[in-house]
Ligand binder design. Structure first.
Ligand code: SAH
Ligand code: SF4
Ligand code: F3S
Length: 447
């Protein structure tokens, strides 16, 4: 048998990319590639990229620059380093990357990963650069092997839908990931059972628009995400279910009821609103008002009173006035977030908002972002502080930095540090919370 070829993957962007990278690694493992921790001496390097904001997209070009000498060193030693650009930048600017970056051998969009081993083969044969950014009819998941759980992490991602039909005016996702496609319930359930069989106790369902998931249940009826969650909850050994990311307009009754009735569904929800100004929400094509969102939050909290909310915000969308921004601050104060992500609006080529003439000056965006982030940080600190003195079930996920320490996850997605034995890995144990940091908690095992 020939020695394994070395593979290095760098993943940018969202959790869907993390999941896809694992899938690519397992497809390539079948073709004789072994994943390593550094790009040095790699036979194949994959940059799995993100196009959501300008900064994210630019990273690809600087990373390609850094790979150049490594590629040359490999060639000098008589080897060949293939470089592939995958993900959303590949989908959005594939042709341009090929033209501008001669070190790139392959450009492969998010729907074509199952064809990666064959593409690498063609490059090796001397067939020249390969580009595949089609949206094929076939389901890539039918052809991509499930990721081996070599690291035995007790928490796993499971992609249930991809793409988006919402076309928010600022966003590239509908272009880079294509139209909304839901995977069949039966396949999701069987993948989940497989994960649980390999020691997974917590599954996070993923989708660019995860609560838009819809499918046919085994009974032939139409299922929404709420039904899927209920079906997953019947899997013995699966203890925790999460899902991300959701759109407010797709939070239907069935899903809200699942939050009330399914104990395994964790009390934490990422529900981006983007802005608190109706004028801006309309311009963003979000199709909901600030009040719609607040009322929805009330219904979710009525169903699951201990639910913690997280969100995404964009400041400085074209035309955003001081008053619009104040409306966002008001919404944040009234909802109260346990954590949140906030961004300066970044004009993305090909999206409608990028064409608007009333772009907000950089300095104004920076000032608004600082104010919003200060408020969100205050809320996060308050939420963290409210956990001190409480006892909560913690899923032990991995060893901590020091001997005798382990790190786990609270129901609200916080990292929890505690003194514990490694034999507790994968177990859910009661922990008394004693102190907090900005992003994590620390406590001691109870009993
Ligand atoms: N599908 C999810 C998230 C998509 S991208 C949703 O609908 O909420 C993640 C976040 O990036 C978005 O929620 C948004 O806050 C941010 N984002 C997307 N496009 C952006 C842009 N052009 N500039 C700044 N932030 C952006
Ligand atoms: Fe982008 Fe909007 Fe779709 Fe989310 S819902 S992925 S923000 S277009
Ligand atoms: Fe980025 Fe694509 Fe995810 S643009 S956020 S990697 S869907």
């Amino acid at each position: 048998m020939s020695a394994p070829k070395k593979l290095w993957i760098k993943t940018y962007g969202c959790q869907m990319n993390v999941y896809d990278s694992e899938r690519m690694a397992s497809a390539l493992a079948a073709a004789g590639y072994e994943q390593g921790d550094t790009p040095d001496d790699a036979d194949l390097v994959i940059l799995n990229t993100c196009h959501i904001r300008e900064k994210a997209a630019e990273k690809v070009y600087s990373d390609l620059g850094r790979l150049k000498p490594l590629r040359a060193a490999k060639a000098a030693a008589g080897g060949r380093m293939q470089i592939a650009v995958a993900g959303c930048v590949a989908q959005a600017e594939g042709d341009e990357i090929m033209r501008r970056q001669p070190v790139v051998d392959m450009v492969v969009g998010p729907q074509a990963y199952h064809r990666l081993p064959a593409m690498a083969e063609r490059v090796a044969r001397g067939d020249g650069p390969q580009i595949d950014t089609e949206f094929p009819q076939e389901d890539k998941f039918d052809h991509l092997p499930e990721a081996p759980r070599a690291r035995r992490a007790p928490a796993a991602f499971l992609t249930v839908q991809e793409g988006c039909d919402k076309f928010c005016a600022f966003c590239v996702v509908p272009y880079t990931r294509g139209a909304e496609v839901s995977r069949p319930a039966a396949r999701i359930l069987s993948e989940a059972r497989g994960l649980v069989g390999r020691g997974v106790v917590e599954i996070t369902l993923l989708g660019q628009n995860v609560n838009a998931w819809h499918g046919e249940g085994p009974d032939g009826g139409g299922w929404g995400l709420g039904e899927l969650v209920r079906a997953l909850a019947t899997i013995e050994g699966l203890e925790r279910i999460r899902y991300t990311t959701s759109h407010p307009n797709d939070m239907d009754e069935g899903l809200i009821a699942a939050h009330a009735e399914v104990g395994k569904l964790m009390p934490y929800l990422h529900l981006p609103v983007q802005s608190g100004s109706d004028r801006i929400l309309k311009a963003m094509n979000r199709r909901h008002t600030a009040e719609d969102y607040c009322r929805l939050v009330e219904r979710i909290r009525a169903a699951r009173p201990d639910i913690a909310l997280s969100g995404d915000f964009i400041v400085g969308f074209p035309g955003e006035t001081d008053q619009d921004f104040e409306d966002t601050m008001t919404l944040v104060r009234s909802v109260g977030y346990a954590s949140a992500y906030s961004f300066k609006y970044s004009a993305r080529p090909g999206t409608p908002a990028a064409e608007e003439s009333d772009q907000v000056p950089e300095a104004v965006k920076a000032e608004r972002l600082a104010r919003l982030q200060a408020l969100l940080a205050e809320q996060q600190t308050a939420f963290q502080a409210s956990c001190v003195g409480r006892e909560m079930p913690v899923l032990i996920e991995k060893p901590g930095r020091h001997a005798g320490q382990m790190v786990g996850r609270s129901p609200w997605l916080q990292a929890v540090h505690l003194a514990a034995d490694a034999s507790l890995l994968g177990r859910i144990v009661p922990v008394a919370i004693e102190t907090t940091g900005p992003n994590s908690l620390a406590g001691r095992l109870v009993g």
